[in-house]
Design a protein around this ligand. Structure first.
Ligand code: NDP
Length: 335
């Protein structure tokens, strides 16, 4: 069983020597346990935070242990009445080829139906990123028809779902993404009304002018994934009583400070700014997954994946995700 463990904690940017590829024997299964062969491993920005040992909303990743992470795969052996060989499952299998778990523990392993939804989608649009988009949009921004919703990292796992759900609710969806290819995809494939290539705008004045052009009626909701100049530019165009769902600030995950230029606009515009962690809202998951699953099965919700091959490619793919080299949900294919 090939595994990737955390070898050292990054100082600033993640480097290859923060990880180590090891091989471990698979132990015989104990009563109640299930063995899963992981088909796909999910790489997610939150893993960067877990690599630090500073205090955060979640415990840090212990050194020399298998990197945590969501996985989908197939049960290959079971000594648990609730699972049988051949079952397709989603769980927190970590950066490894096989995953052995007590099938009785609540929430650690769930069976999924792959008749109309591809297995990998349970790590993206019909998984944690999809629910994240759903929660921030429905519960915090709660857009009305005709309102304008802006989302950063719009071509990514979370952002792509945010814009499509906003459109389905009759809102105007405007994305921000890095590069012409990503922007073209966001508009032409995902159906956003517009997408701004933020890399074409060197300063706040220019970015804010681009937002003004694409959001002629101002901004009513902003789904924040990035932080920095984009947030400043959005604040300059925000309407009275607009809402910001603070989902992620990937531009600061290596520890850089993220200055805010005009916080007074939050006051003068009487804005609601709310941060959230999707795993603390388990009560919405069934409803959100049902809606997202239905939309994916009927091809109304589109998504895209960046797939790295083999467990050894995970560190490089993860470093790419933190630099925007992914285009869509970042996965590692193991089988
Ligand atoms: P994505 O698939 O969106 O990939 C990350 C993207 O971030 C990159 O492709 C890149 O897109 C963009 N990006 C923008 N600025 C930077 C920068 N300075 N450095 C690196 N990347 C940048 O990832 P996810 O959809 O999985 O996650 C999106 C956000 O949602 C993240 O901030 C994540 O932490 C957050 N999140 C929060 C959760 C919560 O519970 N609060 C749960 C899940 C995710 P581009 O090339 O367009 O710039």
């Amino acid at each position: 069983n090939h595994q990737i463990v955390l070898a050292s904690r990054p100082k600033g940017e993640v480097t290859p020597d923060n990880f180590r590829l090891v091989e471990a024997q698979l132990p015989p299964l104990a009563e109640g346990q299930v063995r899963v062969r992981n088909h796909y491993l999910s790489l997610d920005p939150y893993m960067r935070g877990r690599m630090n040992d500073s205090k955060s909303y979640a415990a840090s990743q212990p050194l020399d242990e298998v990197m945590i992470g969501g996985t989908v795969g197939e049960v290959v052996e079971s000594r648990n009445a609730n699972f049988a060989a051949g079952d397709k499952v989603v769980g927190m299998g970590g950066w490894q080829e096989y995953f052995t778990v007590d099938g009785g523990q609540r929430g650690v392993l769930s069976k999924v139906d792959t008749t109309h939804i591809p297995l990998s989608a349970y790590l993206g649009a019909v998984g944690m990123p999809g629910v994240t988009a759903w929660y921030g949009l429905m519960k915090i921004i709660n857009p009305k028809a005709g309102e304008t919703v802006v989302v950063s990292a719009a071509s990514g796992a979370v952002g792509s779902v945010v814009g499509q759900l906003a459109k389905a609710r009759g809102a105007r969806a405007v994305g921000l993404a890095g590069g012409a290819d990503k922007c073209r995809y966001v508009v032409e494939e995902l159906g956003f009304d517009a997408c701004i290539d933020y890399k074409q705008h060197a300063d706040l004045k220019s970015l804010s002018a681009a937002l003004k052009a694409e959001c002629p009626n101002g901004i009513d909701g902003y789904f924040e994934n990035v932080g920095g100049m984009i947030l400043d530019a959005v604040l300059l165009r925000a309407n009275a009583f607009s809402r910001i769902a603070m989902c992620g600030m990937i531009s600061g995950y290596n520890g850089e400070p993220i200055p805010l230029t005009y916080p007074q606009l939050i006051l003068t515009n009487r804005m609601k700014v709310e941060g959230f962690i999707v795993s603390e809202h388990m009560e919405v998951w069934p409803e959100a997954l049902k809606e997202l699953g239905g939309l994916v099965a009927s091809a109304k919700l589109k998504f895209r994946e960046s797939v790295a091959q083999g467990i050894a490619s995970a560190p490089e793919a993860f470093m790419g995700l933190l630099k925007g080299r992914n285009f869509g949900k970042q996965l590692v294919k193991l089988v």
